[in-house]
Structures are given as C-alpha cells and as structure tokens.
Design a protein around this ligand. Sequence first.
Ligand SMILES: [Zn+2]
Length: 242
Amino acid sequence: MTGLKSPFLTVPRFAAVPGLVHGFGRGAWTESDFLAFAEGRGLKTVIMRQLHADAVHRLAAAPSRKLEGDALVTNVPGFLLVIRTADCLPVLLVDEPNRAVAAVHCGWRGTQERVLEKAVRAMGEAYGSRPEETLAALGPCIGAACYEVGPEVRSGHLRAGFPAAVFAVRGHAPGADASLQPPKYLLDLRAANAWLLETLGFVRANVFNAGPVCTHCEPRLLSYRRNRTDPRRMFNFIGLSS
Ligand SMILES: [Zn+2]
C-alpha cells in the first residue's frame, strides 16, 4: 500500500497485474488532478451519477450519455471506471484470467441491496469471471466506530441476509435509564462487504484493504459525516490500459 503522502492509495497485488491501472484518491487529489492523470495515460474516464442503489452498467463502448448507477464492469481496455466517495466504501475488482474489471459504490443502501454481489454476478455472466479467481480491493471508508445508523438500517441488512456481527451495538451509559436511551447501532461497511464477497466464493487472501483508515477520523480523506457542506468527493478508479 502506498502511503497517505501519495495522491492515491494502491494495492500491491493489483499493481502487479500487467496493464491494470487502479487507485483510491485522497482528499487533496482534485477532479482536475484526476482527469489529467487519466488523460496522461490515454484512458477515458467513466463517471456515473451515483444513486446509492444497485444498478450495474456493463461497458462495451463509450457511453453516449452520463450513466446513472453504482457499479461499472468492463473487459474493454482504455476506460477508467470511477467511483466517487466521501465515507462510502469503494470496491475495485479484477479478474486477471479474463481481463475484466469492476468499480462498485457501497454505501449502506447499496450494501443492503447487495450491489457488490450484483457486480460480481454481472462479471460472471458477461466475462465468465469466477469469484474464486477474482481479486477485490476495498478502499478507505467510514469506520464502524464513527458510523452510527438507525435500527431500520440494521433490520434491513438482517433481512437482506447480512450477519448481525457486521453491526456493533453501543449501549446506554452506565446508570442511565435504558428506555430513554435506546441502543445505537454502528455499521461496519467494510466487514459487511467482505462477508458478502466470502459468501460469493472469494478467497480471503484475494480480498485486500487499501488504507483501512476511517474517512471520518483521517483529515486527509473526505468525509460527508465530518463535513456535510463539502461537495468534494474522492476519486477511486480501475481500468485496463492494454
Ligand atoms: Zn472514525
């Protein structure tokens, strides 16, 4: 993993894949920095209007309009698939044998709707990708300790099949009246999506964490929960240059 001083984080195993370009941009890496980076490598960026839902786009050619959705898959070289985040979990996938990649936006809604599973299945249908041969990189996201969610988020995830262990419960203060202070639930986005990958057949050794720091705690990363008025987002990307 590159340090926080470089403009983006990378995963060594991904960096070892010939022709693969990938990274998780830091807060200071602006959109124009990112676009210049892509242009310098002759790659065409594909930036969606993200909806916090589960639509997966399979890219065979340059889109004629701005796509709406939360996951992109392709096996065509020359594109840089982009996910923009500030607290949500960006997940990058590469199927080295079949030369296919994916970029997935996993916030709590997308996680609950299993958008990552839908992207993995789309790669399987389109390119013959097999989970046990696919590599996954999980970028920086908000940590569980900073990610309080409502009870409806917890029940929604449990209904969707996620184990209760992906939530921590913060109880009431000692001596306080429990009826006045209902328990608080903390969602571990990283654990939830890592669990999903494992259930799909990913090998644990093929799932990597890039910068397992909390976006909310780390000032060099962007966090919607830390600064709701900051419109900037971090640029996370993957593509095949050849
Ligand atoms: Zn934190």
